[in-house]
Design a protein around this ligand. Structure first.
Ligand code: SF4
Ligand code: SF4
Length: 177
């Protein structure tokens, strides 16, 4: 019976170079050697990706209007970091992760932010970026008819995300404690 990803979270600090290195190696290994076991995880990850692509135009249209005048930009280093669940998603999609940045001030501008916005396509950003909608953004979005569809889609993506993590947890072999 698998102890799931809680074990990995407790034992390996994904924000440290060594912890990150171990977890990347773990993901490479489990997705390479457990193709059949992770098939369902892959299918769910593809549905999540499709959902994120679907909401992107509506979100982008809103951020393009609201974010340029923001006084407290949320794109800071501590947010632009992939957590363990993000690693599952990215590996399930066979998608290469951007180089991580360790050290520095966590409140500094995110390394992926440029004058033209984030350099990572929305569907491949850290989940913390995709789940976060500040009040100003939400207030703006809520004024459009498309908001209800967006809200439904986000709820569906969140459910799929939970399923993906649970499914992955059931099918991994962990080292003994
Ligand atoms: S999402 Fe909100 S907090 Fe983040 S940059 Fe845009 S307006 Fe600012
Ligand atoms: S949206 Fe992009 S630029 Fe902003 S915090 Fe996330 S990764 Fe960094």
């Amino acid at each position: 019976m698998s102890r799931g990803i809680d074990f990995l979270i407790q034992h390996y600090d994904i924000r440290s170079p060594d912890g990150y290195k171990y977890l990347i190696h773990f993901m490479e290994d489990t997705f390479l050697h457990n193709l059949r076991e992770h098939e369902k995880v892959r299918k769910i990850a593809h549905k999540i990706r499709t959902g994120l692509e679907k909401i992107n135009p509506f979100v982008e249209a809103s951020t393009a209007l609201i974010c340029p005048s923001c006084k407290h930009v949320c794109c800071i280093r501590k947010h632009g970091f992939y957590n363990l669940e993000d690693l599952i998603y990215m590996f399930a999609l066979n998608k290469k992760l951007p180089e991580p940045f360790f050290g520095g001030n966590e409140n500094d501008t995110c390394q992926f932010l440029t004058g033209n916005g984030c350099t990572i396509e929305r569907q491949f950003r850290p989940s913390g970026c995709n789940w976060y909608f500040c009040d100003s953004l939400l207030e703006h979005m809520e004024t459009f008819a498309e908001y209800q569809d967006f809200d439904n889609e986000i709820a569906e993506i969140a459910g799929l995300w939970l399923n993906m993590v649970e499914e992955f947890s059931r099918n991994i072999n962990l080292p003994p404690e």
